[in-house]
Design a protein around this ligand. Structure first.
Ligand code: AMP
Length: 287
């Protein structure tokens, strides 16, 4: 059995692979990514199964640092609310719990990335498939601006189901509330604007089951792609490792943060983002 310190923060690499399931995956790692200087732009992905807290963690980061979040789900919801052609298609795709075609998603997110040019950005919910990852990598590499960090939020499914069923959203801003962990100050109302909160149509058990199925089928190959690209990965069990400062990092591209709640994961995420992108300015709300 692994020692507690190994369980807490495991760095998988081809040379240190052992017999555990996760480590055996790492035996196939063939390449390694060299990160550019620590002051390079923020080009980061936050990935994880539906309901793993991508939106919550991205919003928390945004309350600390000045950068841009591109949320694939929000882009699609904005098309739906504007009644565009893409929105009409996205509406039925989202309700059925499946995924939009890769080329449409790449063109939506790709044009947003291009318009951000040299700004710092984080992508939430894109890429979700291996095809999208390959298209994104090709686009970034043609601009000599490779990804710097891929954070996977690794949260158990039973916990996610509870979150989905208790989740209410302020649709115009994307602010999310959970009736158990993070209730609004006034029931049913957004804390900032006082506007009504809504239940997302895809936040129900049947759609959730479909979303999880498509997540595992489509997204796991994308995760594996970035694990392999990373060469070695940093895997932190945020449930037992409570002091982020004690976790040693080596600039791994792929960081897996395992936890039951967003509050467990958050301090680790904050420390990693601060360390990787020290040039980020404080956000106006935190200044
Ligand atoms: P999210 O808000 O990230 O949970 O996304 C809501 C829904 O939008 C997903 O369940 C998918 O149907 C669709 N969607 C979001 N991002 C993507 C993507 N990168 N590729 C395909 N479909 C997506």
């Amino acid at each position: 059995m692994a020692t507690p310190s190994v369980l807490r923060a495991i760095r998988f690499s081809p040379r240190t692979a052992t017999s555990t399931a996760s480590c055996s995956r790492s035996r196939r790692f063939t390449t390694s990514t060299t990160l550019s200087s620590a002051s390079s732009q923020m080009r980061m992905l936050i990935v994880g199964s539906p309901g793993s807290g991508k939106g919550t963690q991205s919003t928390r980061l945004l309350s600390h640092f000045s950068f841009t979040i591109l949320s694939a789900g929000d882009v699609l919801r904005s098309h739906i609310s504007r009644g565009t052609e893409i929105g009409l298609r996205a509406d039925s795709v989202i309700k059925s719990g499946s995924l939009m075609p890769d080329d449409i998603m790449m063109s939506l997110i790709g044009s947003s990335i291009t318009s951000l040019s040299s700004s710092d950005w984080l992508l939430d919910g894109f890429p979700r498939t291996l095809g999208q990852a390959q298209m994104l990598d090709a686009m970034l590499s043609s601009k000599s601006s490779d990804l710097q960090l891929v954070v996977n939020l690794d949260v158990p499914e039973e916990i996610i189901l509870d979150r989905i069923l208790n989740r209410w959203t302020h649709l115009p801003s994307g602010r999310v509330y959970n009736l158990t962990y993070n209730p609004p100050k006034t029931p049913g109302k957004d804390d900032i604007t006082g506007e009504p909160l809504s239940k997302r149509e895809d936040d129900n058990v049947e759609t959730f089951a479909n979303r999880l199925k498509s997540f595992h089928k489509q997204t796991e190959p994308m995760l594996q792609h970035y694990r392999e690209k990373s060469g070695s990965i940093l895997d932190i069990d945020c449930r037992v490792e409570t002091d982020p400062q004690s976790v040693e990092e080596k600039g791994e591209l792929f960081v897996n943060l395992r936890g039951d709640t967003s509050n467990q994961i958050w301090p680790h995420l904050l420390k990693i983002v601060k360390g990787r992108f020290p040039h980020l300015k404080p956000s106006q709300s935190s200044a």
